[in-house]
Design a protein around this ligand. Sequence first.
Ligand SMILES: C[S@@+](CC[C@H](N)C(=O)[O-])C[C@H]1O[C@@H](n2cnc3c(N)ncnc32)[C@H](O)[C@@H]1O
Length: 238
Amino acid sequence: MGISIRLDGRLSVCAKYVRRGAVLADIGTDHAYLPAVLAAEGRIARAIAADIGEGPCENAEKTIKSAGLGDMITVIRTDGLRGVERYSPTDIVIAGMGGETIMSILSAADWLDSHDIRLILQPMTRQADLWRYLCENGYEITATDLAEGDSSAPAGKIYEIVVCSPGGGKRELSDIDAALRLYRCAAPARLQRLFAARTLSYLDESASGLAKGKNTDPERLRRLDFIRQGVREKLESL
Ligand SMILES: C[S@@+](CC[C@H](N)C(=O)[O-])C[C@H]1O[C@@H](n2cnc3c(N)ncnc32)[C@H](O)[C@@H]1O
């Protein structure tokens, strides 16, 4: 089966975490590139390519038709994970969306309670809030990864990927883990260092902004100093 699609760095890292033989649900699939590549390579049993938009569903249908993968991938138009349970997915990718949208998709899917389901999330924004949400709602974070943007991405962009499973207990998330999010990170050390250095300079800027403020709560500054120290130590250890 011929397919000429090449996944960008971000989707390639997401693809790495889809288990062999999976029933994949790609939520917010747009062109269905991820399921098409995995199906063409024989790495998944079948896939659901889901999107809320009519245009993206048409894009997905076109990709699937031209790759001759109609018997392996079903396109559905739906909001988030609504109705996706009918297809019994084992692995779910939600990539290229804001963290807020990902949180609202997860919170609307009350059927998502089996520890056997693997979620591969790639939030574009509000990453720390998404981590808090996952920990508070019993998702176990099993891996994280990073991907560099390709030529179409803003210069130096680094994308975050978090792999998790539902159905666990509520977990504590330390302020340092919420800020840095390199827990069980599989990315190359060079990329982790770059990411940690950026996080630290962002925290340093926030601290100097806060320090200049007239009515800054000293407790807030102390907390930020503690987080900066933790991130600095992690950076030095990488
Ligand atoms: C930027 S594209 C990402 C495409 C692909 N997943 C990727 O990472 O390259 C975001 C897609 O998410 C879809 N989307 C946004 N909100 C959604 C929701 N609540 N449910 C399903 N799809 C959604 C949009 O229609 C759009 O096609």
